[in-house]
Design a protein around this ligand. Structure first.
Ligand code: PGA
Length: 251
């Protein structure tokens, strides 16, 4: 049975003081509901220590939004796997569309980052998704297949077992538009099929595939109830504790 995950990507929002308040509220609200869903908070780097303190002992997971692929050393401005692990992070985003399309990160770099995470004790949440123009040109499935294959191929079965995939159509991120549950579910099935071809079938079956892109309490149940949609990667709605909890309840 695959685990359900709801992860909140705070992006470049909530400094360490605000992050402390918001994560504290999430901890309190979570006590009021029963859920078997794994909850992960992904704050900006400078907010991670404050959130780590607040969520210690609660079972809430902690993630980072990026990492550098080398060990500690002369890489000005970068953060290593070891630094993130020592703060208590268990997860790291790799290939988020804002890093792909604003910063310009591409497959070969993402591949190195993903392997660096696996080489340390981090589980990568590997994000894939097509642009609107790619979807309109009928290329969405090709783009997503290429993103999956170029970065994940060659991993060992024990490594694929530590990966989480997130399908986030770029046109749905922060726009209020979501893929229809049918479209999302069919893309998730495509990704699962690819993983089953590339890896041991059983290992592929266990990989959680999250949907991301304007997930809100109002659309979460419909999306997360679909086959192969194992949870959500939430941006905007994760900044508001009651909205985030609404999504966790739906999951
Ligand atoms: P959104 O962001 O929920 O604000 O659309 C999702 C994401 O970028 O992970």
């Amino acid at each position: 049975m695959r685990r359900k995950i709801v992860a909140g990507n705070w992006k470049m929002n909530l400094d360490h003081k605000e992050g402390k308040i918001v994560s504290g509220r999430i901890v309190d609200l979570l006590k009021e509901i029963e859920t078997s869903c794994e909850v992960i908070l992904i704050p900006p780097f400078t907010t991670i220590p404050a959130v780590a303190d607040v969520i210690a002992g609660t079972g809430i997971g902690l993630g980072a939004q990026d990492l550098w692929y080398e060990g500690n050393g002369a890489f000005t401005g970068e953060i290593s796997t070891a630094m993130l692990s020592s703060l208590g992070c268990g997860y790291v985003l790799v290939g988020h569309s804002e890093r792909r399309h604003i910063i310009g990160e591409k497959g070969p770099l993402l591949s190195k980052k993903l392997r660096a995470a696996l080489g340390g004790s981090l589980s990568p949440i590997y994000c894939v998704g097509e642009l609107l123009k790619e979807r309109e040109a009928g290329k969405a499935r090709d783009v997503v297949s290429r993103q999956v294959e170029e970065v994940l191929s060659g991993l060992r079965d024990d490594e694929i077992a530590r990966i989480v995939v997130a399908y986030e159509p770029v046109w749905a991120i922060g726009t209020g538009k979501t893929a229809t549950p049918e479209d999302a579910s069919s893309m998730h099935a495509l990704i699962r099929g690819l993983l089953a071809e590339m890896f041991d079938q059983e290992a592929a079956e266990e990989v959680p595939i999250l949907y991301g892109g304007s997930v809100k309490p109002g659309n979460a149940a419909d999306l997360l109830g679909r086959e192969n949609i194992d949870g959500a990667l939430v941006g905007g709605a994760s900044l508001d504790p009651s909205s985030f909890l609404g999504i966790i309840s739906a999951a």
